[in-house]
Design a protein around this ligand. Structure first.
Ligand SMILES: [Zn+2]
Ligand SMILES: [Zn+2]
Ligand SMILES: [Zn+2]
Ligand SMILES: [Zn+2]
Length: 259
């Protein structure tokens, strides 16, 4: 009787991480296989404790090359299968992968929602009242209140929903510098498609200060971005010139697609 796909899949499971072993597959002196990620972290074979061989398990690699792998989110409803080259890429973008509410990552909003990637937009529209715009670019005018509080750091979050994607603009004043960081929520591969422009301006005059940058992926640590000034930064001498009478700072952010 031919082995079932399930039985074959069990044969190519790594004994350490229980993930499928994808080429290159490492082997110990006794012939046990381990995935290459776990192999790098281990000194001896996880099954028999003997040393690893320099040889790869070509039989297992050839088997893996011929197999179809179910998506790891199959229990959540994904019915797709892929060859070993495509399965990981699909899993990163699978519509059934569980996603935390993007607001829980970037703000003090305590939102316990976890759901399918394809449901995030419906969730933020309904629960966080985010209006969306489908234009090819979006320009938003906003104001950071109490911007000139020198005794305290100011942080301001502006969520934006446009071009079928969610963005978070975080503005933070530290050591007299104002940072304007835009983060993109969604598929990582789409982040490089976007650019943004920040403009601070004064109501009365033609004076303004304009900066361009590329948004960062949502998983990039915002503290690191601010520390390394890896986003538009405006010095105090400059932003002081643009303060409104009530001490707030008016700014404009435009998000657009790279052409
Ligand atoms: Zn492993
Ligand atoms: Zn072994
Ligand atoms: Zn899937
Ligand atoms: Zn939420």
């Amino acid at each position: 009787m031919a082995p079932s796909l399930k039985e074959l899949l069990e044969e190519v499971e790594c004994p350490v991480c229980m993930e499928y072993m994808l080429p290159p597959i490492a082997m110990c002196m006794n012939g046990h296989s381990t995935c290459s990620t776990c192999r790098e972290k281990l000194l001896t074979c996880p099954v028999c404790r003997c040393l690893f061989s320099k040889a790869r398990s070509l039989l297992a690699e050839n088997l893996v090359r011929k197999m179809r792998f179910p998506c790891r989110h199959s229990k959540r409803g994904c019915r797709k299968t892929f060859n070993f080259l495509c399965v990981r890429k699909h899993e990163d973008e699978c519509g059934h992968r569980p996603i935390k509410c993007p607001f829980a990552n970037v703000s003090t909003v305590q939102c316990p929602w976890v759901g399918k990637a394809t449901s995030v937009k419906t969730h933020v529209r309904k629960m966080h009242y985010m209006p969306s715009s489908d234009f090819a670019n979006i320009t938003v005018y906003s104001q950071v209140p109490k911007f000139n509080q020198e005794y305290n750091e100011v942080e301001w979050l502006l969520p934006l929903f446009c071009m079928q994607d969610i963005f978070f603009m975080t503005i933070r004043v530290t050591e007299n510098n104002a940072h304007f960081c835009l983060q993109h929520v969604g598929l990582r591969r789409k982040t490089p498609n976007y650019k943004y422009k920040v403009r601070i301006k004064n109501d009365d005059g033609p004076d303004n200060s304009v900066m361009y940058n590329a948004p960062k992926y949502t998983e990039c640590e915002i503290e690191k971005i601010f520390k390394e000034k890896n986003c538009p930064v405006i010095k105090q001498e400059i932003w002081k010139k643009f303060l409104q009478e009530d001490g707030s700072l008016a700014y404009e952010v435009k998000i657009f697609q790279n052409s």
